[in-house]
Design a protein around this ligand. Structure first.
Ligand SMILES: [Fe+2]
Ligand SMILES: [Fe+2]
Length: 294
């Protein structure tokens, strides 16, 4: 099969992936209603105890830094805000949808990578004083969705990608280009576009390995990029085959220069402190957010 035919086949397969699972569509529709009350959201969430438990873990995450524990959904909604709750509900509905299909993945490891990334992305938005409309969580949680699509719809190729990574100690994207001709960020963005996700989230995911190419949502993409890198540096790569990333890998003057140009104020010193802080926050999550997918 030529490279072109292979890519055509991949595109066709993605186009045939059914629309969002029903529950996610329900959540999206419900939240589109501007007059929705906290009571209605609360009812919807309480009807789904596993989701309710996850929301409580998110709101009590050390990344939020609340002094008192939140124990009711009503309180959690007030603290997180409607947008964030929608983002959390939608993210977990997607996670559920793909959960049962993994072929060659270590799902718990993959989702730990994703949830840590979502927490860091949200934290970075706060750290850099960037407005968060609740979508950083979503973008963080599903940024590597394309890998699940490859795993589910192209299991043989996925196996070959993982073997390529092990052999060459290279990144996922590089192995995906070699084996498939397309990458997880292209696949993820394509699927999310089909599913009518917000443009910002699609772009963040498309550019999460190269935000400097994003012309419209540079700040958002850069935050997701940094969150993903910091997640890996903290030891949470999404597969055990991936080579470990060291804190030094990111300390390139060109990156700081780019970030400062984007309006994200950071230098070597503050980066080092940020990394320490994030490690502490993650360490405090062992019994909380990190247990969500076990
Ligand atoms: Fe990625
Ligand atoms: Fe990632």
């Amino acid at each position: 099969m030529t490279r072109e035919t292979k890519i055509d086949k991949i595109v066709q397969t993605i186009e045939q992936i059914p629309t969002l699972p029903v529950i996610s569509t329900q959540i999206l529709n419900l939240f589109r209603n501007e007059n929705i009350t906290i009571r209605q959201i609360q009812d919807l969430i309480e009807r789904d105890p596993p989701l309710a438990a996850k929301i409580l873990k998110i709101v009590n995450s050390s990344f939020y830094g609340l002094l008192n524990k939140v124990s009711t959904i009503e309180h959690a909604i007030i603290i997180l805000g409607t947008n964030e709750v929608r983002s959390v509900a939608l993210g977990f509905a997607l996670q559920n949808h793909f959960k049962t299909h993994s072929n060659h993945f270590e799902p718990a490891r993959f989702w730990k990578h994703s949830i840590i990334c979502s927490q860091i992305a949200k934290y970075l938005a706060k750290y850099f004083n960037v407005f968060d409309d609740g979508t950083y969580f979503l973008a963080g949680l599903i940024h590597d969705l394309g890998k699940l699509v490859i795993d589910q719809y192209f299991p043989e190729e996925f196996k070959a990608i993982v073997a390529h990574i092990t052999e060459n100690r290279c990144s996922f994207s590089k192995a995906e280009k070699e084996v498939l001709g397309v990458t997880h960020y292209q696949i993820g963005a394509k699927l999310l576009r089909q599913w009518n996700f917000p443009e910002k989230v699609i772009m963040q995911i498309f550019y999460h390995h190269a935000p400097w190419h994003d012309k419209n949502f540079t700040t958002e993409s850069t935050i997701l990029y940094l969150a993903n890198v910091l997640t890996k540096i903290s030891g949470f790569t999404c597969s055990s085959e991936e080579p470990p990333v060291s804190g030094k890998d990111i300390v390139k003057p060109s990156l700081f220069e780019f970030m400062n140009k984007t309006g994200l104020d950071i230098d070597q010193e503050s980066y080092k402190n940020l990394l320490l802080l994030i490690r502490e926050l993650i360490a405090a999550e062992t019994n909380n957010v990190l247990t969500i997918f076990e």
